[in-house]
Design a protein around this ligand. Structure first.
Ligand code: SF4
Ligand code: SF4
Length: 122
């Protein structure tokens, strides 16, 4: 898989064996917009307030998904280790849908390769 303007390609078949490295590991923000929050709450059939209190925290004027802290990892609250999958896949945020093609990584391909085994040289 390629995307114009990016100096690398991506092999999504690597996701089956990588154990969600983009959904786990170091702590990081998983930003969600107000539309995405509504979509996630609808998917889980939760009132907005209940969803917000259970799954989000505020960073300045934005919201991020919470993490679950284990011994050696910060897992996204929606990452399911037993199935190696996302519990809200259909409504996952844009930040997740667009990984690994983020502008941030255009100049940081080595950093991306360390995180994602699906990255190939273009
Ligand atoms: S880190 Fe890369 S290979 Fe692993 S699940 Fe995420 S996108 Fe797939
Ligand atoms: S919402 Fe899903 S795809 Fe996004 S970080 Fe969490 S588990 Fe991964």
């Amino acid at each position: 898989m390629r995307k114009e303007g990016f100096p690398y390609a991506f092999n999504p078949s690597k996701c089956e064996s990588c154990e969600g490295r983009c959904c786990t590991g170091e702590s990081g923000y998983i930003y969600v917009t107000s539309d995405e929050i509504l979509a996630l709450a609808n998917l889980l059939k939760l009132e907005l307030q209940v969803f917000t209190e259970s799954y989000l925290y505020k960073i300045g004027y934005k919201y991020s998904l919470k993490e679950v802290v284990t011994n050696d990892s910060h897992d996204c609250i929606f990452y399911d280790r037993p199935s190696n999958g996302c519990k809200v896949y259909e409504a996952r945020p844009t930040q997740c849908r667009t990984f690994p093609f983020w502008d941030y990584f255009k100049q940081r391909v080595d950093e991306l390769k360390d995180e994602c085994p699906g990255i190939l040289d273009d």
